[in-house]
Design a protein around this ligand. Sequence first.
Ligand code: ADP
Length: 499
Amino acid sequence: AENGNGSVKEGFEMPEIKYTKLFINGEFVDAASGKEFETRDPRTGDVIANIAEADKVDVDLAVKAAREAFDHGPWPRMSGYERGRILHKYADLIEQHIEELAALDGIDAGKLFAFGKAVDIPGAIRMLRYYASAADKIHGETLKLNGAYQGYTLKEPIGVVGVIIPWNFPSMMFFLKVSPALAAGCTVVVKPAEQTPLSALFYAKLAKEAGIPDGALNVVNGFGPTAGAALTSHMDVDNISFTGSPEIGSVIMQSAATSNLKTVSLELGGKSPMIIFDDANLDMAVGLASAAVFFNKGEICVAGSRVYVQEGIYDEFVKKVIEVAKGWVVGDPFDPKVNMGPQVDKVQYERVLKYIEYGKRDGATLLTGGKPCGEKGYYIEPTIFADVKEDMKIAQDEIFGPVMSLIKFKTIEEAIERANCTKYGLAAGILTNDINIANRVSRSVRAGTVWINCYFVFDADAPFGGFKMSGFGRDQGMNAIEKYLQVKSVITPIYNSPW
Ligand code: ADP
């Protein structure tokens, strides 16, 4: 692996940081306390900008604006068609800034610029358009009740939605939650991750330009225990949509339970298995398995971090996967030759290195990588451990870094049992050309998404979420819009009708 040195590519203009304040009720404002926090560039560790830091007071103001916009404003009262038109316009505006937005996520999160341009921002736009087009297709049912009554159901927006998201896909996460909530007619307060505050503020600005009414979308950057907790415990917030760690998911559920019983949906971590059978195409398997854990520097909840390889192809797989890992170029995410940027911050960087130490300590065999690289910034080599046992820490915990655990297996039954032996159930990959194996394993794996002969295929129309401690509730697809709706039954008598 090549080293990253955090240098900016010649000819590339770093994006100007235009928005750093809180976005409340359609205006950029300072925090009430005047406090700010630093957001850093993981390529160098240097400060990019100071960002207004929301506290409870600011979250209260944002929720008040969202409440007012919901209770008395036009947004929930508009026709779905009208909301959809505004959301499509919002998508049009984002389309005009793809490069700038990809660059913002690039410097804030160390994400590959080329990929941001080709996948992250277009994916976020696609999400927004999917729900923009769904806004006028929300409807209930007609009920022919017992006796002389009839009824119908209305699907009404749930109210004020609090969105709390992580830093690994700042743009996708934002629109994964905000698009269906706005399409449903809810108003929203977003608390982005403190590591990646930049693009969300740009999206707030564009929302206003598109005609989303003041108060319908608010962005309050700040920290979890202060701004995040103020949102989850707020008596005027009706729903929390969260993506993050299981530890914080549990805290959020407790906070919702002890405040106003707001509904929650939680998309938590994963320790997803990639199961490779003897008959799989070996080159494809090696390519997919390495991408599944090294892509986005392993900072992805569906990372295929446990790679189960059947014994017939195991030795050959190992040889090839080491070569492929060594070929992954680590370095400045703005350099088009680079495959893997730096970990998002110092905390994550040190955490990943600690897990590499656990792997060695617990007796796994380090095949390649295992070290930091570059003179500055938070770069780590693509790392592979073999002889991993399920009771090792590196096989149970979500590392959120470029660390693959290789495990040899013999039979289908064994693969299924071992694949299911973590507390998580977010995703799984199955590589085989035998349809009977694919069918059997896909039904037996306890995971919210199963990819057969592919990985990381996301689509706005494919529901995404977890089994077991990977959480509950779904993002994407029409299922997701239901989280932001509630059902009302309306019942009325029918007079003088024999039918
Ligand atoms: P990660 O480990 O990936 O940073 P976290 O679960 O810690 O994941 O963070 C995900 C999001 O949850 C972030 O926006 C963070 O600020 C927020 N968060 C952290 N702690 C809390 C909390 N106690 N209450 C509400 N939100 C929180």
